[in-house]
Structures are given as C-alpha cells and as structure tokens.
Write a protein that binds this ligand. Structure first.
Ligand code: ADP
Ligand code: F6P
Length: 319
C-alpha cells in the first residue's frame, strides 16, 4: 500500500479534525502518501481530492467541525455513484480510504470495499449511537456543551421557579440526554429507549414542588421530540410556568474536549495500522478502554444496548 485517502461524512462532530490529523501524520510517518477528500462522498464522486502533508493538519487539533468539510450525498447510495467514487480513487492511485462518520457513512464504506477499495471507518458522531464502540468521537464534547447550557438554564429556571424542558440531539439514541441528565442533575430524563407517561411526569413535578424544589429540569431526547408541546402540557396540567429550549446545532460545534482529542488520536492512529496490516472493511472503536477493530458488517449488525443501570441511577438520585 502506497497511498490512502481520507474523508469526513454525515453530521460533523468535534474531534473529527483531531482524527484527520492522527491519520495523516501516522500515514506519513509510515511512508504513505495521503489525499484529503473534500465534502465526504459528494466530493469523492466529483473528484475533489488534494494531497495532504504534515503542515496541512497543523493547528487543527483544537478546532471543532471538519477542515475537510462534510456532506450528505444521496448519489453515493446508488451503485453508479459508488462506481464513480471507486474510479476516481483508482485514477488518483489511492489504495485505501479512511471514512470518519456514523453508521450511514460506514454503510457507504462497506459497499465501496466491495468494489475493491480498502476501507476503514472511524466513529465520528455526537450521537454515540454505534453499538460496537463504547464512545464515538464528538460525544464527550457535545455532552459538555449540553451540560454548560443546562447549568445556565438551571439558574434562570430557579430564579423564576419554572419548569425547563430542554430538547437534546441524538437521533434515535438517548445517550446524550441520559449522560447530560445525570451529570447536570436533571429532575427527569425522557429518552426514546424508555416508555414515557406525560401525566406521571406532571405528578413528579408537583411532588417536587411540595418537597421544596425551586426548579424542574426535564431533558427530552430529540428521538422523543416535542419540547414545546411538552412544556405547554406541563404548564397546563401543573399550573407551573414552563419554558422549552431546543439546543439544536450548538451541540455540534466547539473545540473538542481533551477526551475527544485523545480518543480521536488513538483511533486515527489505529486506523492506519489496520490498513498497514492488510485489513479492509473494518471500523475502529473503543471497548473497555481498549482500542478495537471490527468487521463493518458485524459492527453494524450489533444491536445497541441502552444503559439501564445509568438510567436507574439518574432516576434514583434525581428526587
Ligand atoms: P452518518 O454517517 O452520520 O450516519 P448519514 O446517515 O447522513 O450520516 O450518512 C452519511 C452519508 O453516507 C450519506 O449521505 C451517504 O452518502 C452515505 N450513505 C448513507 N447510507 C448509505 C447507504 N445505505 N449506502 C451507501 N451510502 C450511504
Ligand atoms: O447525527 C448528528 C445529528 O446532529 C443528530 O443528532 C441530528 O438528528 C442530526 O444530525 C441533525 O442533522 P442536520 O445537521 O442535517 O440538521
């Protein structure tokens, strides 16, 4: 293997730049050439590739977003689109592609590997929704962003003795809401993995009032959705003023946390090693604090397990 390429795909996540840096520098250290692909699979299909040297990844470890930019590309979901991509890589003499993204991007990588391109995936998403790895790159930073926001909301909701309903990203995964709820001392956490009864929630809020609670912080994962509606319902039933806040894309930005930078560097380094070992169609992750590589098909087939224990702890100590 002489030349590899790297792209970021799907929703951006803090720490993607640290991962790009680790891949580029590890590859160069091992005598490989590296090409950067702009705008994910869209840029691959349209041939937006450029060489990357050590300096091209200087001063990016601390930056959020992705210097390679990212995109969602429907054309890559077609056989013709992927064939175009494979041809472009062949034309540039690229032997292997490193894909940083979530499960959709990994599916693209898996299908591309069937066309003879060696591929390896790095988990880059704030959602933490990939079952084969304990954590994804970007999750910890997003979690800290949410925590900062809910600390602030706690101040104002306490002053006004209000209920604050906060909607948190994560697609169908409740991890961001769960971890933020535990770390931020939320009164209630509503996630798609658990059943949810609006009236039971109102009852808990009223009981909290009786116990002397000055505020009520309710975190709702976007997979359940409807923070505005829930806030109106709570206000109507409990008679306590309620406000909704949708944190939105703020959760995707910002300088990556130390934890995300370390994770991205370790996984990025391993991605190149895996390619040098001659493997293909693998994804890199972390399990029990050990860096692992897993077959993409196997990784995508693993069913996500919700952390019931963490949810129980959060619920038990919230009242
Ligand atoms: P993520 O990678 O964060 O899950 P998406 O699901 O939006 O984000 O996927 C990112 C990109 O990966 C898509 O825009 C598309 O280019 C590619 N992709 C997703 N699903 C498939 C698929 N089934 N086949 C081929 N490519 C796919
Ligand atoms: O996958 C990351 C994520 O931020 C999800 O949490 C969210 O549902 C989605 O992407 C938002 O996508 P977009 O950036 O297209 O609005």
């Amino acid at each position: 293997m002489k030349k590899i390429a790297i792209l970021t795909s799907g929703g951006d996540a803090p720490g993607m730049n640290a991962a790009i840096r680790a891949v580029v520098r590890t590859a160069l250290h091992n005598g490989l050439e590296v090409m950067g692909v702009e705008r994910g699979y869209a840029g691959l299909i349209s041939g937006e590739l450029h060489p990357m040297d050590r300096r091209s990844v200087s001063d990016i470890i601390q930056r959020g977003g992705t210097v390679l930019r990212t995109a969602r590309c429907n054309e890559f979901k077609t056989e013709e689109g992927r064939e175009k991509g494979a041809k472009i890589l062949k034309a540039y003499g690229v032997d292997a592609l490193v894909v940083i993204g979530g499960d959709g991007s990994f599916t693209g990588a898996k299908l591309l590997s069937k066309l003879g391109v060696k591929t390896v995936g790095l988990p880059g998403t704030i959602d933490n929704d990939l079952a084969y790895t304990d954590y994804t790159i970007g999750f910890d930073t997003a979690l800290n962003t949410v925590l900062d926001a809910i600390n602030k909301l706690r101040d104002t909701s306490t002053s006004h003795e209000r209920v604050s309903v906060v909607e948190i990203m994560g697609r169908n995964c409740g991890d961001l809401a769960l971890y933020a709820g535990l770390a931020g001392g939320a009164e209630s956490i509503v996630v798609p993995e658990k059943g949810f009864d609006k009236d039971e929630l109102c009852k808990t809020i009223l009981e909290g009032k009786v116990k002397g609670k000055m505020h009520n912080l309710i975190l709702v994962a976007e997979g359940v959705g409807g923070a505005e509606e829930l806030a109106s319902y709570v206000e109507e039933v409990t008679g306590i003023e309620a406000r909704a806040t949708i944190l939105g894309h703020i959760q995707r930005g910002g300088s990556p946390s130390a934890s995300d930078r370390v994770l991205a560097s370790k996984l990025g380094h391993r991605a190149v090693e895996v390619l040098l070992e001659g493997k293909t169609a693998r994804v890199i992750g972390i399990r029990n604090n050990q860096v692992i590589d897993v077959d993409i098909d196997e990784a995508l087939a693993i069913e996500r397990k919700f952390d019931e224990k963490l949810y129980d702890i959060a619920t038990e100590i919230s009242s």
